[in-house]
Design a protein around this ligand. Structure first.
Ligand SMILES: [Zn+2]
Length: 433
């Protein structure tokens, strides 16, 4: 901020205000693209056009599946990456003497659940009072709009950054993290990264490592008249899920020894996200498969946690009177296998964000607070594998991954201002040529 005059700050803030309706329109266009996994092409085309129209150098970066298992940032994937790509926008200054910056956002979203349970169709964004509704509004298309419009505001204010800035519009955050991994593997690094995930205008101090699994159990099918000869794969799966709560509790018990996590309610957060099984209403089911995720602490090796998980499943399956009548359950790794990260207090990047947050808001606004997020974040890719100071800071949103997801527009406006001031302060500015 020290490099920014009061007049520059005021012009940048005014530029965010002036373009805010256009920003909400752009965000609404992003939400209209139902960018579920494997369906991100439409939204990525839109982002690419938006960046090209603003004069960025743009690369469409395909995901290279051969890096899975070879590059430590990559996690297992179960889909073909033929139609998956990141959009990377870069702007380099004529004169370079500041610190470079990445603004990253993911465009993939999670399914809506039954659309009929939404007050409004999830892909028809609607503004009501201070909120914009729609799947992906908060997580995290608002953040993507903030990144793009924050940088716009600096230019509208008659300034240009004096260090390279990149916008990473990535895929796969909700499942593998391989979009961010690809950006990193492609050599797209910088002196800091900021990711405007919905964080209630707080800074993420640490996140959890996460592993995502699928477990398949095979039972013995039978006719209802001879039930005793069968073994229900569904019943066995329910038993196993119940047993797995012990592992969740055990991993949660480690939290007093883990920095920042001692007050997190459920760091492991074992979540069974899908289940399918059985073949016929009146048959003892022959198979059942369920998928889920479980978390652990920054500094833990995710591959050690994988081993611990597999050993646990094997042990309880051998002991449980029902599950042991089935062949040993098959555990597969189908998504993120990644470590968590911590943001060490006292970095210049954090210091500057604290100042930008204060400068973007009225004097009575609460100062920047930090907290722990017990979930996977793409920031972990940049932090763990490249040591890049990674700031996750974004708007207030509600019901993410739930029904009637919405983002607060006044909050989005504030966050856009903060990001603009942060980028200007971090990269440095000079009068536009
Ligand atoms: Zn997100």
């Amino acid at each position: 901020m020290d490099t920014l005059s009061k007049a520059d700050r005021e012009r940048i803030i005014a530029a965010v205000d002036a373009a805010f309706d256009a920003q909400v329109d752009f965000l609404s266009d992003l939400i209209r693209c139902a960018s579920l996994r494997g369906q991100e092409a439409e939204v990525q085309n839109l982002v690419e056009a938006a960046l090209r129209g603003r004069g960025y150098e743009v690369e469409r970066q395909p995901l290279d599946p051969s890096l899975i298992g070879r590059h430590p940032a990559f996690s297992p994937a179960t889909v073909s990456y033929a139609d998956f790509w990141n959009v990377i926008g870069i702007r380099k200054p004529a004169v370079e003497h500041g610190r470079s910056l990445i603004l990253n956002a993911h465009v993939d979203i999670v399914p809506t659940g039954e659309p009929g349970r939404w007050q409004h169709p999830p892909f028809e964004p609607i503004r009501r009072d201070d909120w914009l509704y729609g799947r992906g509004s908060g997580d995290m298309k608002a953040g993507l709009s903030a990144a793009i419009f924050a940088l716009d505001a600096i230019r509208t204010a008659g300034l240009e950054l004096t260090a390279p800035v990149q916008i990473h519009s990535v895929v796969e955050e909700e499942i593998t993290g391989n979009g961010a991994a690809m950006a990193l593997a492609g050599g797209y690094v910088a002196d800091a990264v900021l990711i405007p995930e919905p964080t209630d205008e707080k800074l993420v101090r640490a996140n959890s490592g996460v592993i995502k699994f699928a477990i398949t159990i095979h039972g013995t099918p039978a006719h209802p008249r001879e039930v005793s000869g069968g073994v229900s794969a569904l019943d066995a799966a329910v038993r196993l899920i119940d047993q797995m709560r012990t592992l969740e509790a055990r991993w949660n018990e480690e939290r007093p020894a883990k920095p920042y996590f001692d007050e997190v309610e459920n760091p492991a957060a074992l979540t069974i996200g899908t289940i399918s099984g059985g073949e016929w209403i009146a048959s003892v089911p022959s198979s059942c498969r369920f998928e889920g995720r479980i978390g652990f602490y920054p500094g833990d090796d995710p591959h050690e946690r994988v081993k611990e998980f597999e050993a646990f499943v094997a042990k309880v399956s051998a002991q449980d009177p029902l599950v042991r009548r089935c062949p040993e359950p098959v555990v597969e790794w189908v998504g993120v296998v990644h470590a968590g990260y911590t943001l060490a207090p006292g970095s210049e990047a954090e210091d500057l964000l604290t100042q930008a947050h204060a400068a973007a808001n009225p004097p009575d606004h609460p100062p920047l607070q930090s907290y722990v997020m017990a979930c996977y974040l793409d920031a972990a890719v940049y932090a763990v594998h490249a040591g890049i100071p990674s700031l996750v800071y974004g708007p207030v949103a509600e019901n993410i991954h739930a029904i009637d997801e919405r983002v607060s527009l006044p909050s989005l406006r504030r966050v856009t201002k903060t990001i603009a001031l942060f980028a200007a302060g971090w990269c440095g500015v000079r009068p536009a040529s």
